[in-house]
Design a protein around this ligand. Structure first.
Ligand code: UTP
Length: 290
């Protein structure tokens, strides 16, 4: 079945990037000149998604503003000869049909996805974590996952290997290879204690889920960190009917973490047509004194 709906959870408090996220949602922090969540919505649209639900919380309405039409700004840009920028601004509000819903209590990612139940209905849907930007020069990561869902008919998680010393911050998956970069997933554990990990593969930023995930989310007790964990519901799904893991090609940047934001800025900046060459020279000079 073709995947046409996506959910972007963006209601979290962003405590790891305070004070930057105090008044500005972390999902709006820019990589060079574009907010993180715009990269994510563009990735979804390029993957064939037509309908998106963004989950926000009170105080994060500026996410909504970013995707709203801005006729006065566009008119002003056109009057001053900035036609290309005006067109870019107009395009932002036409990327997809975007709806919003509030998660009023921060009970975790699993609870945020639960809030999307009515929007999703009975269809499979993609989840793009609002602070995980994935940049790909080839196929968008979300498209790789949607293709795997269509091929295997099972829930799909986007995965990458994580260094052993970091796996306890993520989740760990029990995997068996199916084809290059594609695995079957039969079990998983969120934030494993040292020695309890199944493998070094972790879910990073993307999944495609059947509507059945809501049966597993219903009545799910709080897990790691006292939050309703989406991974706990996916674990039940993987144990019941198996899931598929896709090691996607793109590079993932964690915009919920200070170092991730800087890495994204530098790497994307180096490839940016307007500032790339100057930034390269700047970094080379700076590195001489490091
Ligand atoms: P994170 O766990 O990275 O976000 O969730 P957080 O809670 O904002 O992080 P810290 O620890 O306080 O810094 C990944 C994505 O899920 C959303 C976040 O906004 C982020 O985009 N999220 C998280 C929700 O929508 N609701 C929640 O209850 C938790």
């Amino acid at each position: 079945m073709k995947i046409r709906k996506a959910v972007i959870p963006a209601a979290g408090l962003g405590t790891r990037v305070l004070p930057a996220s105090k008044a500005c949602p972390k999902e709006l922090l820019p990589i060079v000149d574009k907010p993180a969540i715009q990269y994510i919505v563009e990735e979804a649209a390029q993957s064939g998604i037509t309908d998106i639900l963004i989950i926000i919380s009170p105080g994060k309405e500026s996410i909504k503003d970013h995707f709203s039409p801005t006729p006065a700004l566009e008119e002003r840009l056109r009057q001053t000869g900035k036609e290309a920028v005006a067109q870019q601004m107009a395009d932002i509000s036409h990327l997809a049909n975007i709806e919003y819903i509030y998660q009023t209590e921060m009970k975790g990612l699993g609870h945020a996805i639960w809030c999307a139940k009515d929007f999703v209905g009975e269809e499979p849907f993609a989840v793009l974590y609002g602070d995980d930007v994935i940049i790909s020069d080839t196929v968008p990561a979300c498209k790789e996952l949607c293709d795997a869902y269509e091929k295997y008919g099972k829930g799909v998680v986007g995965i990458k290997p994580v260094p052993l010393e970091q796996i306890s911050r993520y989740g760990s998956l029990k995997v068996k290879p199916l084809e290059p970069n594609i695995f079957s997933v039969s079990d998983m554990i969120e934030k494993p204690a040292p020695g309890k990990e199944f493998s070094l593969y972790s879910i990073l930023g993307r999944c495609v889920l059947p509507a059945k995930i809501f049966d597993h989310l219903e009545n799910l007790p709080a897990g790691a960190g006292g939050e309703i964990q989406l991974t706990d519901a996916m674990k039940l799904l993987a144990q019941a009917e198996g899931m598929v893991g896709v090691q996607y090609q793109g590079t993932r940047y964690d915009m919920g973490n200070k170092l991730g934001i800087l890495q994204a800025d530098i790497e994307v900046g180096l490839k940016h047509p307007e500032i790339g060459p100057e930034l390269r020279e700047y970094i080379k000079n700076l590195a001489k004194n490091l």
